[in-house]
Design a protein around this ligand. Structure first.
Ligand code: KG4
Ligand code: ZN
Length: 340
């Protein structure tokens, strides 16, 4: 079963072709064109600019993907596309393109939730995919959620952020430190040189008996600390200590809530997904947590941790196998789509 997938929810235009047989997924091509350098000038992603860039590149990339895989439309069994969540103008480019292809080529159309796609990044290039029930930790620029996955396409949300997402907090703290967008990798780099015990930033919601998160207070606390020490803002060690202490606070909260979810739900595996999954400190501590509880931890390969279409193809493959197709005439992008 060969799936052609399109992703355009934010600032990456991506196309992939994946061939699946049973649980054996073989990725034939995965193209990603990042627009980061264009949006950096604005300090964040500008939706209309993102859409314009997607429009300019989506068809050349589709042509390239088919050529790279040495295939034509007749070899494709279904078209999968990210239908949401994401930036409305950006999402629409992928969705309308997928609809046009599905209609013109007479192929089934499979809408895929972007967050579900991130989870399926751990199904790529592995012979030992996550076992169910799996506890999924989704940490991206827009979401921070703990989700229980009992089977393909079956999700129950256990907890989520009540304000900012973890990635958003990284991006905002980066901005306060004058670092370019996207801030996560920049803050992580800076944190490597700092002492995580320098500042005792708040760990919100830890005393609450639920699996929700909050990062707005932490962000504000960093802002006050920077204002308090305005004279030190240019000092490399001070900046590194701020970054390291901030990162430690975020990771502490995520790990403690995940530990609580493990104790309550006894999953067979843990899946880490979303852009923040690229963070080494988070990866390492989650691995240690899994080892302690004898639960397998599945982290996407770096190549599939950030937005890409290979993960959409993997999720789309299982959705297609379950018969989840829609008419190419009626699908519309849903910027607020959620995994449950
Ligand atoms: O999943 P993603 O590519 O896009 C969304 O769907 O949001 O995630 C992007 C987010 C950004 O907030 C970015 O700063 C964060 O992931 N991020 C990181 C790292 N790499 C990306 N955060 C912390 N450490 C990183 N290494
Ligand atoms: Zn994403």
């Amino acid at each position: 079963m060969r799936i052609l997938a399109i992703e355009s929810s934010c600032d990456e235009t991506a196309v992939a072709i994946l061939n699946g047989q049973g649980d054996l997924l073989s990725l034939e091509v995965s193209l990603v064109r990042s627009q980061i350098d264009i949006h950096q000038a604005y300090g964040g992603v500008v939706p209309e600019v993102a859409a314009r860039e997607h429009l300019a590149y989506i068809f050349p990339m589709l042509k390239q993907a088919l050529a790279d895989a040495n295939l034509d439309a007749s070899a494709i069994d279904a078209i999968a596309v990210t239908s949401g969540p994401g930036l409305a103008p950006a999402l629409r480019v992928g969705v309308e393109t997928a609809k046009a292809l599905a209609w013109a080529w007479h192929k089934p159309l499979v809408p895929v939730c972007h967050l579900e796609g991130h989870l399926y990044a751990t199904w790529l290039e592995t012979r030992t995919p996550p076992q169910f029930p799996a506890l999924a930790l989704i940490v991206s620029g827009g979401h921070t959620e703990l989700v229980l996955m009992s089977g393909h396409g079956q999700f129950v949300r256990l907890g989520e952020t009540i304000d900012d997402a973890a990635g958003e907090a990284f991006d905002k703290v980066a901005k306060m430190l004058g670092l370019p967008y996207p801030g996560g990798p920049q803050v992580e780099q800076l944190a490597k040189l700092g002492n995580p015990k320098s500042f005792d930033f708040p760990r919100a919601m830890l005393d609450k008996p639920n699996l929700n998160f909050s990062f707005a207070g932490l962000k504000t606390s960093v802002l006050y600390k920077l204002r308090e020490h305005e004279d030190k803002l240019a000092e490399p060690q001070f900046r590194a200590d701020i970054a390291a202490s901030f990162q430690e606070a975020v990771v502490d909260v995520i790990i403690k809530k995940t530990a609580r979810a493990l104790a309550e739900h006894h999953p067979k595996s843990i899946i880490l997904a979303g852009g923040v999954a690229a963070n080494i400190s988070l990866r390492t501590r989650l691995q240690t947590l899994g080892d302690t509880h004898s639960v397998d931890v599945h982290v996407p390969l770096f190549a599939y941790a950030l937005d890409n279409a290979a993960m959409i193809a993997a999720a789309g493959y299982y959705r297609f196998a379950a018969g989840d197709i829609v008419s190419p005439l009626t699908l519309s992008a849903d910027p607020n789509q959620d995994i449950v």
